[in-house]
Design a binder for this molecule. Structure first.
Ligand code: G3H
Length: 537
């Protein structure tokens, strides 16, 4: 299989080139961009190129700081100082003032679009349209968050009277938030944690994912310029050397992590007072599609291709199992593999490309092991070229018939392998969902409301989003993104994230003349940022 993962620098269109072998040696601590002189780690692209000896290798993009426990503690001290047990200027600042800082950040961030988009392509192999979408969606998310917070604040801008008790109820910050994002959405998913955490008055320590690291560097200055010192601290390094000591210290109130449950469990167990640690987690999923006999076949095939293979299947929301009714399995498989055969593979910036190199060095081998295991237990790779590998590139493998004995039935493949199962009775896929460790989403395909309605009713209590004739997905970001079982803790949406990163706090008093006079004095003379009926427009 000749797959193009190879280039000469000159072959890359000028506007998509990034510097190669560059030393990225800055980080953000206590409001200052600091220079790093310590150990570094190399960052490679999944795009291969020839080195000076003519040998094909992952392209070396550069080096980033490899920080350790001491640096992590400095960042944590800085975040703790900025929070100052809730008395710092950031947590007590008026909401309008915090909004101004976030608006300033968004404005500065927009100036870096091209640079960040290019690094998304080079570091994690995402296609140009998807990389652009990731950037734009993130900027939209920031502005939507601002609007939502204004709305939330307006709803809190009043003093209530109930059972002879006056109260003003607002949402307050929790403390220091440790933010860790995933490599597949290194900008979007990370910022969907970081921005709501910040805007609610928390202070943060943030470490980029294991891939998609350099793309954060063009934004360091924007963070430094837009936020007061210590509010955002950005570190580079390995999770166990940087994140573990932070959690272990007990001086962090929220662990916000999108990634896998092993890291989340290992980290949370380090906290000395676990009941004090709030968790905001997006973890693994194994979202199934159920294709019923009365389906619109072309639509189901199209959505299943998109759902299972967008960004090579490296989405937590990807369709990771496809259950097809036995009466239509032959037609479905034929059409499905035909469509996959038409997907164009290549480099991320090439026109019309859908399949791209995989950033995790061990992924091609892992995919091979899943395929070999399934084949040894009775499945076949039913599409031409399925599973063929060229360096970091793996052509999608469609496996059929898959069953419970195979590893691909249980494991979240997070890559280009699509297991298909046939069923006779719809109870079979339902049982599989009930017995699964995961509970994020499901996609149902049928033209018939009578078929769908009872299924919807039983599946809404198994997963958190039932998609009808549509692939599974997170967006639009105003909708709740959540999961049951081992798939998530806390809800994320533009609105829900503001709640996840805050706690309700109220100021209350019994209804008597003394208290009324005090309240009036505070309100009329703008004496408090919390007790206030000012209305943000
Ligand atoms: O990796 C999980 C992402 O949240 C999926 O988002 O459905 O918009 O691709 P998406």
């Amino acid at each position: 299989m000749s797959i193009k993962t190879i280039f000469n620098e000159q072959e890359v269109p000028e506007s998509y080139r990034v510097p190669l072998k560059k030393k990225y040696d800055t980080y953000l601590l206590n409001g200052q961009i600091k220079k790093w002189n310590g150990k570094t780690s190399e960052v490679f692209s999944p795009i291969y190129s020839k080195d000076t000896d003519g040998v094909l290798k992952p392209t070396l993009l550069g080096t980033v700081p490899l920080m350790g426990e001491k640096d992590a503690m400095e960042a944590l001290d800085s975040a703790n100082k900025a929070f100052s047990n809730g008395t710092g200027s950031w947590p007590t600042m008026k909401v309008e003032e915090r909004i101004k800082c976030v608006e300033k950040f968004a404005g500065l961030m927009k100036l870096k679009r091209e640079e960040v988009v290019n690094f998304i392509m080079w570091e994690i192999g995402k296609t140009l349209p998807d990389a652009q979408k990731e950037f734009d969606r993130t900027v939209d998310y920031i502005y939507d968050t601002i609007d939502e917070l204004k709305d939330l604040d307006r709803n809190s801008a009043r003093v209530k009277l109930h059972s002879e008790v006056y109260a003003q109820i607002r949402r307050g910050p929790l403390g220091v938030v440790l933010c860790l994002g995933p490599y597949n959405y290194p900008l979007n998913e990370t910022f969907c944690l970081l921005i709501p955490a910040l805007i609610m008055g928390n202070t943060t320590v943030f470490k980029p994912a294991k891939f998609g690291v350099i793309l954060i560097t063009p934004l360091l200055e924007a963070f430094a310029e837009a936020f007061p010192k210590g509010v955002v601290n950005i570190l580079f390094g390995r999770g166990r050397e940087v994140a573990t000591p932070i959690v272990k210290s007990g001086r962090v109130e929220v662990l916000a992590l999108i990634g896998n449950s092993k890291s989340a469990n290992a980290l949370q167990s380090q906290h000395p007072k676990q009941n004090r640690l709030r968790l905001v987690l997006g973890l693994e999923a194994k979202n199934p599609a159920i294709v019923l006999p009365d389906t619109d076949m072309d639509l189901a095939v199209e959505e299943c291709v998109l759902g299972s293979l967008s960004y090579n299947g490296q989405r937590c929301t990807a369709l990771k199992m496809i259950f097809v009714h036995e009466n239509i399995i032959e037609t479905f498989n034929k059409k499905f593999i035909e469509r996959i055969g038409q997907l164009k593979y290549g480099l991320p910036w090439e026109e019309g490309v859908k399949l791209t190199p995989l950033p995790e060095p061990g992924k091609p081998q892992y995919i091979k092991e899943l395929i070999d295991d399934a084949v040894s237990k009775g499945a076949e790779v039913i599409n031409k070229g399925g599973g063929e590998t060229n360096h970091s590139f793996v052509f999608p493998a469609v496996l059929y018939p898959v069953d419970e004995k195979m590893n691909v039935y249980h494991e979240e493949q997070f890559g280009p392998v699509v297991p298909i199962l046939s069923f006779k009775d719809v109870q079979e896929p339902i049982d599989s969902i009930v017995n699964s460790n995961y509970g994020q989403q499901v996609s149902l395909f049928s033209k018939n409301a009578d078929t769908l309605a009872p299924l919807v009713d039983s599946l809404v209590n198994q997963v958190c989003r039932v998609n009808i004739n549509s692939q599974c997905q997170r967006g639009p970001d105003v909708y709740p993104f959540v999961g049951r079982k081992d798939s998530a803790v806390s809800t994320l949406s533009v609105r829900a994230a503001l709640r996840s990163f805050s706690i309700r706090t109220l100021v209350a008093c019994k209804n008597n003349q003394l208290n009324k006079d005090i309240l009036n004095d505070i309100l009329d003379n703008n004496k408090s940022n919390f007790v206030s009926t000012n209305y943000i427009l």
